[in-house]
Design a protein around this ligand. Structure first.
Ligand SMILES: [Fe+2]
Ligand SMILES: [Fe+2]
Length: 225
């Protein structure tokens, strides 16, 4: 019976560079930020904590969808069903967070969605640490877990940092659209536009949609060549 990665030592996970150890570090930071959001009362600080969480969650999840879940489908016998479940969770997290980014801070509807998205992120972490990642650990030796860790990390560092519910959760669609969306998301981050203003959210949505169309058109053109 595969063992949860929650309580294993770093050495058992394949070392600090293993994808399992890297996943667990990010999950712990997500937990810390969600707990912090629930305890701070200053509205500006709460908003900054939420912005940090959104950046962390979406870069992390995008790299899972483009690098990690395809590896799970290749190496774990029931990888298809296992990854379909977490992709559904990711899709719902994308949908709810894009609504949060359109609502004003302090709005009760926004707080309700924040509670829902936190519950989903916590569920996603449990599904990955208790079920999916232990199965991957059974299938791959430590050097392969470390190589996968390096690949996952390099995508994570350049991934989009905001929700994109209209983008497919699987390659090649997500990988194709990830490049322009990542550029735009990081531009938003530099400008300080995050999980906050409704107008910026709408503008961002419009530009993200435009970028998606441009990327899709580029893909069609490439295929025709
Ligand atoms: Fe994860
Ligand atoms: Fe995830």
């Amino acid at each position: 019976m595969p063992r949860t990665i929650r309580e294993q030592t770093v050495a058992e996970l394949g070392g600090r560079g293993s994808v399992l150890a890297r996943q667990r570090r990010d999950h712990a930071e997500m937990d810390r930020l969600m707990d912090r959001y629930d305890t701070v009362t200053d509205p500006g600080e709460r908003d900054e904590v939420l912005r940090q969480l959104v950046r962390l969650v979406f870069g992390h999840a995008f790299a899972e969808e483009t690098v990690l879940w395809p590896a799970v489908r290749r190496s774990v016998p029931d990888g298809e069903a296992l990854t379909a479940r977490v992709e559904e969770e990711h899709q719902e997290i994308n949908r709810l967070t894009s609504e949060i980014e359109r609502l004003a801070p302090g709005d009760e509807a926004r707080e309700e969605r924040v509670r829902q998205v936190f519950a989903l992120i916590r569920q996603d972490i449990r599904d990955e640490e208790d079920t999916l990642l232990p199965r991957l650990q059974d299938a791959l030796d430590a050097p392969r877990l470390r190589r996968l860790g390096t690949a996952w990390e390099s995508v994570r560092r350049t991934a989009p940092t905001h929700p994109h519910p209209a983008v497919p959760r699987r390659p090649p669609g997500n990988a194709l659209l990830g490049v322009p969306l990542s550029g735009y998301d990081r531009f938003r981050d530099v400008l300080g536009a995050g999980a906050g203003t409704a107008t910026t959210g709408r503008k961002a949505g419009a530009l993200a949609a435009l970028l998606a169309v441009v990327a899709a058109a580029a893909a069609v053109a490439r295929r025709r060549r």
